[in-house]
Write a protein that binds this ligand. Structure first.
Ligand SMILES: C[S@@+](CC[C@H](N)C(=O)[O-])C[C@H]1O[C@@H](n2cnc3c(N)ncnc32)[C@H](O)[C@@H]1O
Length: 252
């Protein structure tokens, strides 16, 4: 296995095509709170799925993304006032910039913790906002969902993070606990939105091919998991319900 978290670029174009976006209400809410032309630091921006939404609401984005391929996709596809910095968040110093907002979509778990929140605080202006969120999916057909999960558990021993997984909920709870603590944030609010997506079988298999738990497998195992998912689905269209969960807070 290769390391988790730094391998999304192996499949960047597919990632951009098939990963689910996030509800409009989330971005509308952020744009309502922020002043026009506000500057947003986005951490772990990937190919720009959330970035595009921020840009098209008139926000200026500085996107931090360590993976070259993801960053290339991000720079190519996004229009608006965007600056891309290819680095990991741990190494980003911000050149004494002060942002109106710091956000992270489906990425905070790669660098989560008090240290990361202290860095966020340093990069935010007074009363600036921090928001981190994740999509958590559930296959609406319970039985099918269990069968698909079993395919992962047999081969990779780990369910993709996009699916209900206790450790992801722990990360989200831990984030709330830290934000409520003494790191200098206030008015902490949960984020919670529901949506659903119908997947043709090929698209669901492609979605699974972008998951870090699948990308980290040796190529034979990866092909085996994806092949077995495809066999199980046949021509069955499936629905995934997404809960977008996270937290919003203001810097004191
Ligand atoms: C699941 S993807 C999410 C991408 C994008 N935000 C989205 O919503 O599709 C996680 C991203 O975090 C990036 N990442 C991993 N470790 C990171 C780190 N230490 N600092 C910044 N980004 C990181 C990965 O390269 C990847 O692009």
């Amino acid at each position: 296995m290769t390391s988790f978290g730094r391998q999304f670029g192996l499949n960047a174009a597919t990632y951009d095509n098939v990963r689910p976006g996030y509800p409009d209400e989330l971005f509308d809410m952020l744009a309502d709170i922020l002043p026009t032309g506000a500057t947003v630091l986005e951490i772990g921006a990937g190919t720009g799925i959330a970035t595009r939404e921020l840009l098209c609401r008139g926000l200026r984005v500085l996107a931090v993304e360590p993976d070259d391929e993801m960053a290339r996709q991000l720079s190519r596809q996004t229009v608006g006032d965007l600056e891309v910095v290819i680095t990991d968040f741990e190494s980003y110093r911000g050149a004494r910039r002060s942002f109106d907002a710091v956000v992270s979509a489906q990425a905070w778990h790669w660098f989560a913790g008090a240290y990361a929140l202290r860095s966020v605080k340093r990069l935010l202006r007074h009363d600036g906002i921090f928001a981190a969120w994740w999509n958590i999916g559930t296959v609406t057909d319970d039985r099918l969902g269990r069968e698909l999960a079993a395919v992962f558990q047999e081969t990779s021993h780990r369910l993709p993070v996009l699916f209900r997984r206790p450790d992801l909920n722990e990360t989200i709870d831990e984030l709330a606990r830290l934000l409520h603590g003494d790191l200098g944030f206030s008015r902490v609010e949960p984020l919670r939105y529901l949506s659903s997506v119908q997947y043709e079988p090929w698209k669901f298999v492609a979605l699974m091919s972008t998951m870090s738990e699948v990308l980290a497998l040796e190529s034979d195992d990866r092909e085996r998991v994806l092949g077995r998912l495809s066999d199980r689905l046949g021509d069955q269209v499936l629905e995934v319900e997404y809960m977008t969960l996270g937290h919003l807070a203001f810097r004191c």
